[in-house]
Design a protein around this ligand. Structure first.
Ligand SMILES: [Zn+2]
Ligand SMILES: [Zn+2]
Length: 465
């Protein structure tokens, strides 16, 4: 059972700043931005940080060396000096096409939406960092706290670009939380590796009725590539998944298109598995180009590398999480969750524990039991012991990348859990500052893994924005 072992200053900060923090999360939710272009979110994050304990917070664009910039998309702020150095990490970006009104049913707002709940991640990070800074000052705690609000997680590049700026190079620990329909847990999770790329086909245009024999259709090539990949699906190992999106399928049915393109995300449980899957997808592209007498150009977009799990850090955060009080939802919030769930599933569920996720009671340290999606937080795990805490903040029947997550992320259901997650992050970091054993044990496990450097990982890879 959870009990209240939360540091009093962290608690006090949340009591005094809850209204501001919720307004900040809702502001990010109300201005959803995709890819690496989350400028509004970065600006309001910077404002919040500056007025809540980080007067020197930097508003930057990831990958540009932490300089002043015209189109910022990230915030880096720091408090304290010396060791240990602990980073709390947030995310700012939304997803295309998942905009929704703040109601428990589908009421589309045209455009992007926070269908992965990153505005809540931003809030958990911001609250944690500000509350921890306050507690560090009150208690005279030594060490360096770094807050990193990162862009573009959904396009796989945000944290890799911040890594180029040296934001993670000197850290002792890094931590973040991601909302989700599962119970809140700090258990080690086996994240997927991903290779992403775009395939552009170039053919010859012609009238689709008058002289199609003169044309060489780039769209045919895309379709044949996709068809080849559908057959490939049967002959890959069970940990392999791939999905595609046609970016350009031509301009009109009566014009044989001389250009068409398709984007692929290839996931596997291992680095070699994802690379081999990507290689086989390329074969389908080459085959399609041969069949249609078109040419294909491949553009590598990004990788999500292997996530090195740090079991002592997961265990430390687990012990902390159990001391942080559980969220209490009002009857109104429970009814909202019930209505949303009914609209998603057709089932009327009364039991609040079936409706909403809370702290997971048992703790299973075997990461292979918890295979999760790919995340660019994996990039950080090459620098220091890193934890990606997961779950809570939305109804249990919703899944990520869905308008129902947008709804929850814009409601107090999500905001309340982001606050609890922030308290766990703040308390976990505070205890790591106060007890040198935490960092020591995490680093012993980190060193045993013989993790390559981030530079080695990326040395032969080249990506275009
Ligand atoms: Zn996502
Ligand atoms: Zn996400």
């Amino acid at each position: 059972m959870t009990q209240n072992g939360l540091n009093r200053w962290i608690q006090e900060w949340y009591e005094q700043n809850e209204t501001d923090l919720r307004a900040y999360m809702h502001d990010v939710w109300s201005h959803p931005e995709v890819g690496l272009n989350n400028e509004h979110a970065a600006r309001v994050s910077w404002q919040f940080a500056k007025t809540h304990g980080f007067p020197d917070a930097k508003l930057v664009r990831a990958g540009e060396g932490l300089k002043e910039t015209e189109h910022p998309n990230a915030v880096v702020a720091e408090y304290g000096t010396g060791s240990p150095k602990v980073a709390i990490v947030g995310e700012l970006d939304a997803l295309p096409g998942l905009g929704n009104e703040n109601v428990p049913y589908r009421a589309e707002i045209k455009g992007p939406g926070h269908g992965c709940g990153h505005n809540l991640i931003a809030g958990s990070c911001m609250g944690a960092a500000c509350a921890l800074r306050y507690a560090m000052e009150k208690e005279g705690v030594k060490g360096t706290l770094r807050m990193v609000e990162a862009p573009g997680e959904e396009v796989g590049r945000g944290k890799a670009k911040l890594a180029e700026d040296g934001v993670f190079s000197d850290l002792d620990l890094a931590m973040m939380w991601h909302p989700g329909p599962d119970e809140f847990t700090t258990e080690p999770q086996y994240a997927m590796v991903m290779n992403a790329g775009t395939f552009d086909f170039y053919g010859k245009t012609s009238h689709a009725y008058a002289n199609p024999w003169d044309g060489r259709s780039a769209l045919d090539a895309v379709q044949l590539m996709n068809m080849g990949c559908e057959f490939l699906r049967e002959h890959v190992t069970k940990d392999c998944f791939f999905h595609y999106q046609i970016l350009d399928g031509g301009q009109a049915p009566n014009i044989v298109p001389d250009h068409a393109s398709v984007k692929y995300f290839c996931r596997s449980a291992s680095v070699d598995g994802a690379a081999d899957l990507y290689r086989r997808v390329m074969k389908c592209a080459e085959g399609a180009a041969t069949m249609t007498e078109t040419e294909v150009k491949r553009t590598d977009l990004f990788i999500i590398p292997y996530f090195f799990i740090n079991k002592p850090l997961c265990a430390h955060m687990n012990a902390v999480a159990r001391k942080v009080p559980e969220v209490e939802y009002t009857n109104e919030e429970i009814q909202f969750a019930r209505e949303l769930t009914k609209n998603l599933t057709g089932k009327d569920i009364e039991d609040v524990r079936e409706l909403l996720p809370f702290q997971k009671e048992e703790y299973d340290p075997d990461p292979t039991h918890h295979v999760k999606t790919a995340t660019d937080m994996a990039d950080v795990s090459y620098y220091c012991p890193t934890v990606h805490i997961h779950g809570g903040g939305c109804v249990r029947k919703a899944h990520a990348h869905h308008w129902a997550i947008t709804v929850c992320a814009g409601s107090t259901i999500g905001e309340k859990y982001a606050e609890r997650a922030g308290k766990v992050l703040a308390e976990g970091a505070l205890e790591a500052f106060q007890d040198p054993e935490v960092v020591k044990q995490c680093w012993e496990a980190f060193k045993e893994q013989n993790i390559p450097t981030h530079e080695e990982l990326y040395k032969d890879l080249h990506f275009e924005d």
